[in-house]
Design a protein around this ligand. Structure first.
Ligand code: BDR
Ligand code: CA
Length: 316
């Protein structure tokens, strides 16, 4: 079975990504590496431990990553993130703290060691800023060739961003890290806002979870209803909440869910367009392309898989 690492800033849709991974028989979640973004890294770790416990998967270890962006000393949760994900990152829903703690070793060491241990059987999915994977590739560049795949939720090729017109949240938190990864030669699949804003969830689906009658299902539906409401306030007329992070996991499990465009990308790190994902002029015509950008998604099939897999996880 393929081994998965999820790198998360947990976050409501990050939680949905955990549920998708745990409900996927093709994937074994061997660890969560924590990052910052929707919440501080320490809140993210607390969420990861509590959520995996609630979902009946206390065997999943959680590793602490780097607590702030490459070129910063501190990290503050943005007001926009609090609005979308709640103060605690999980829609201000309360779930019991886990009796477990984070692992003693760092996220960076865990990523590097897992790449060497599992090689092509390892898929890494990042649904927050790319600080941890960029640091791991910098520390041990050989993992680029060894690992089976890197899938990221972040950026946008065509649509406007969600932080500023040219900026998507995950990339804009650490443009230096994202640029380092995209220009490192590592093969990455980018699942950006171009496709994730086509995969929307509504209260019709959260009602289906709630009907399962378990504490985990109640948590998932309460938390996601908060997210849907936040989307109604911030993106009126969209018609639901964006399933950003679970789509990245779904693509890692089954790449045929999306059509991709091969392109060498970079991230602008200077000036007014800092954080924008854009074609790299210097590598545009290179024969080897390192980023596969998702440009079309089979919405119906994804939503079907999403409901089946997440329902499986919260039905007991
Ligand atoms: C991304 O930003 C975060 O708010 C979400 O969890 C998702 O990973 C969407 O731009
Ligand atoms: Ca996220």
């Amino acid at each position: 079975m393929r081994k998965f690492i999820l790198d998360l800033d947990t976050g409501i849709d990050d939680t949905l990504a955990i549920a998708y991974a745990l409900g996927s028989p093709e994937a074994e979640l061997i660890g969560i590496t924590a990052t910052y973004g929707n919440v501080t890294m320490s809140q993210g770790i607390r969420n990861d431990l509590a959520i995996t416990d609630l979902f009946g998967h206390a065997e999943v270890p959680v590793y602490a990553g780097l607590p702030h962006a490459t070129n910063k000393n501190t990290f503050e949760v943005l007001e926009g993130s609090r609005l979308i994900h709640g103060k605690n990152g999980i829609g201000d829903v309360t779930i019991p703290d886990s009796p477990r703690c984070q692992e003693a070793s760092s996220a960076i060491d865990f990523i590097i060691n897992s790449a060497h241990k599992y090689g092509k059987d390892l898929t890494y999915v990042a649904t927050g800023p790319l600080t941890n994977i960029a640091a791991a590739v910098k520390q041990d560049p050989s993992i680029k060739e060894i690992m089976g795949g890197i899938v990221i939720m972040g950026g946008a090729l065509t649509v406007t961003g969600n932080v500023a017109p040219w900026r998507e949240a995950n990339i804009s938190q650490d443009p230096e890290a994202a640029n380092a990864l995209f220009t490192s030669g590592a093969q990455c699949t980018m699942v950006g806002l171009d496709v994730t804003l086509q995969t929307l969830l509504t209260t019709n689906e959260t009602k289906q979870w709630r009907a399962l009658g378990t504490p985990a299902a109640a948590f998932l539906s309460d938390m996601t209803d908060y997210y849907i409401h936040a989307y109604e306030l911030t993106s009126p007329g969209l018609g639901g909440c964006g399933l950003h992070d679970p789509l990245a996991v779904a693509v890692a499990v089954d790449p045929t869910l999306v059509k991709t465009l091969d392109v060498n990308l970079k991230v602008e790190t200077d000036g007014a367009t800092r954080g924008r994902t854009i074609g790299d002029k210097d590598r545009l015509n290179d024969a080897t392309k390192t980023t596969q950008v998702a440009i079309k998604v089979d919405v119906e099939r994804f939503l079907d898989e999403f409901m089946t897999r997440t329902s499986l996880v919260v039905s007991e």
